[in-house]
Write a protein that binds this ligand. Structure first.
Ligand code: PRX
Length: 638
């Protein structure tokens, strides 16, 4: 069974696309009719990219959880909403039907209320991939609190920065998270973070890994105890707070060109419509299918395609706690077989790392439940695409290459599974409502096909970010000021002879390491905090598994005799300031950095050296001291 607004043929795609461009308000107004609103909108859209000010469905009232839970109860109440596959395959999996999830969300929403949390408050979540995370996210949405999920790999310092920026009043966490054979002591990391966060009044701690934690009197409480209190209060019901379509739903921090992550803001109405519309159309979801998105809910992919997209569509969404390579590299495929997964959505970096194990982990695995495969997060290379197609999809499953960003809320450019054709390494065509343009550095639009330039979007779609939390000017500058009246994505892109889009990677100082977005300035700031570091410069380089690796050039004072020890010290510093995900893959100690006379580091040269291109470094005549280049070339780490 399909959803009424599902595009089922190329012709329909073309018609819908044309209508979405010619009459966007009519088009999205019609789609929005398929959701539950307490009050309808008027008009459908107000917008300008100058300020920017973007409002979708202004005046409308809704609660996203009524769309993700309550409305499914009559027909789908007993269908699994969430399937939780634990880290250890020896442990039992858990299933929460729509009825059960609805119940648990209301219960925890009452816990939040009991703890003084109310509409508009910001709540940070620092958890592993456990059902309680999904429950907590939805419970926030239920009462209108703004959730900000922080990926479990970030350090105490990163958590503190985010909590302070969001002025959060509460944190929800768990004792420890299980990842492969490791236990991550989440609560203890939160404790370190909170030393610098006076706004936090309450910490709710779920028990999971059963590692010892310190509980501060008056501030910390156990999830389970709070649930018991709600049970004794006797009323399991928690009405959904009525939200304006443009009220904040969540903040999600992401990296940009500067050293400071920014809080991307999404609102209730437009985001909901976009998450749902893209989910059902791109993946061609059919009722009853199980969707396994391997992302973490700490990233936008998890928000949109583990939670809000699938749940608003009444799908069964699978949450996996562990890692793809533990206990062995067949773990994903065991899960697909065990739960009869139809939709499988992962990142190229995961595909490449599993591909490196060869065919053995696939032997005997029954993958014939699979109907659609997807990739997201970074450009996929030919080899990985074909391996995915041959070995996982048995050449029977369309692969959707979905391009989008934290800021876009959901997928913007992708083929539609089995409906519009795929082309390896191409995201292909824009979804209805998405009007991409390519521009040169001067902002001149490159018309026609067979061109490449910077990717911009010239009209708002319902899921576009509304602001960066607490700093609207930063939002304007980052996305809407580079080119007049255009949203600038930060990505380079080419359009082929048939108008299909291929994303070629970031054109700013943002790296994409294993599908994680990391700003070079952020990593430099972290490295520079080490007492011995005089200066550093960070660039990306092609990495066979991670897509991009982090290459750091560091001027260091007072090196250990053993260079390796100094490297480890720097790693430790980066892990403390940002988190292990930002540790440089290579650290080259240098005497000087190539700088122009005005003191600007010429990263272009450093990038080329890191990439292994030792000749054709381009014009070096403007360098203050060209001799540093030869030294750096000599010391290059292979
Ligand atoms: O460079 C693009 C790359 O990931 C960036 C967005 O990162 P983030 O906000 O963390 O969101 C990742 C998940 C949506 C983009 O600017 N990117 C994402 N998807 C693709 C991609 N690059 C190429 N192909 C894709 N399918």
């Amino acid at each position: 069974m399909f959803t009424p607004y599902q595009i089922r043929s190329i012709e329909q795609y073309q018609l819908d696309y044309a209508q979405s461009v010619e009459k966007p308000e009519e088009f999205w107004g019609n789609i929005a009719e398929h959701f539950v609103w307490r009050k309808k909108w008027d008009p459908v859209l107000n917008w300008n990219f100058k300020e920017p000010n973007i409002e979708w469905f202004p005046g409308a009232k809704l609660n996203i959880t009524e769309n993700c839970l309550d409305r499914h109860l009559p027909a789908l109440g007993d269908q699994p909403a969430l399937v939780f596959e634990p880290n250890d395959p020896k442990d039992d999996h858990r299933v929460l039907t729509y009825k059960e999830l609805h119940f648990k969300v209301m219960q925890f929403a009452n816990v939040l209320k009991n703890n003084g949390i109310k509409k508009g408050d910001r709540v940070c979540l620092y958890m592993g991939m456990v059902p309680e995370l999904a429950i907590a996210v939805l419970a926030c949405a239920r009462i209108g609190a703004v959730h900000s999920v922080i990926f479990g790999g970030f350090s105490a310092q990163s958590i503190a920065d985010r909590i302070q920026d969001a002025q959060a009043c509460a944190v929800i966490t768990q004792d420890g998270a299980l990842r492969g054979n490791k236990i991550i002591p989440l609560k203890s990391v939160v404790d370190d973070a909170l030393m610098a966060c006076p706004t936090v009044q309450r910490v709710i701690v779920a028990t999971h890994a059963r590692v010892p934690v310190s509980m501060l009197k008056g501030r910390d409480c156990w999830w389970e105890d709070e649930i018991k209190k709600v049970e004794t209060q006797g009323n399991p019901f928690c009405p959904a707070e009525e939200m304006d379509a443009e009220d904040l739903l969540f903040i999600l921090y992401t990296s940009g060109s500067t050293g400071k992550p920014k809080g991307v803001v999404h609102t209730c109405g437009g985001y909901m419509v976009w998450a749902n519309y893209t989910f059902v159309n791109v993946f061609q979801y059919q009722r009853g299918w199980t969707h396994f998105c391997t992302a973490d809910i700490g990233w936008i992919t998890g928000h949109t395609y583990i939670l809000y997209g699938p749940l608003s569509a009444g799908a069964t969404s699978l949450m996996f706690e562990g890692i793809p390579t533990w206990p062995d590299a067949g773990r994903f495929w065991d899960i697909v077989e065990k739960h009869h997964v139809e939709l499988f959505y992962t990142a190229p970096t995961a595909i490449r790392s599993l591909m490196a194990f060869g065919d053995a982990p696939l032997t005997g695995k029954k993958l014939n439940s699979l109907k659609v495969l997807g990739t997201v997060g970074e450009p996929i290379n030919q080899e990985a695409w074909h391996w995915y197609d041959d070995r996982i999809g048995a050449n029977q499953c369309p692969i959707v290459d979905t391009w989008w960003q934290t800021e876009t809320g959901g997928i913007l450019i992708s083929n539609l599974a089995g409906v519009t054709p795929s082309k390896p390494t191409f995201a292909t065509y824009p979804l209805p409502g998405v009007q991409p343009v390519l521009v040169d550095e001067n902002g001149v639009e490159l018309e026609g096909n067979n061109v490449s330039g910077n990717l911009c979007i010239k009209f708002p779609w319902p899921g576009i970010l509304r602001t960066t939390y607490g700093d609207h000017e930063r939002c304007r500058q980052t996305y809407f000021s580079t080119y007049d009246n255009l949203y600038f994505t930060g990505d380079g892109c080419l359009r082929d002879e048939e108008g299909r889009y291929r994303i070629t990677g970031r054109v700013d100082d943002v790296l994409n390491v294993s599908g994680h977005r990391i700003g070079t300035a952020e990593v430099e700031n972290a490295i520079n905090r080490h007492a011995g570091v005089v200066e550093s410069a960070v660039v990306g380089y092609p990495h066979p598994i991670k897509g991009q690796g982090i290459y750091a050039y560091v001027i260091f004072n007072g090196m250990h005799e053993d260079e390796e020890l100094t490297r480890q010290d720097i790693h430790q510093t980066v892990a403390r300031i940002i988190g292990s995900i930002a540790k440089p893959d290579k650290i080259q100690f240098v005497e000087g950095l190539p700088k122009t006379r005005s003191g600007k580091i010429m990263r272009r040269i450093l990038r080329k050296i890191a990439e292994g291109e030792l000749e054709n470094l381009g014009d070096t005549s403007t360098l203050l001291d060209p001799s540093v280049v030869a030294d750096i070339q000599q010391g290059r780490l292979v």
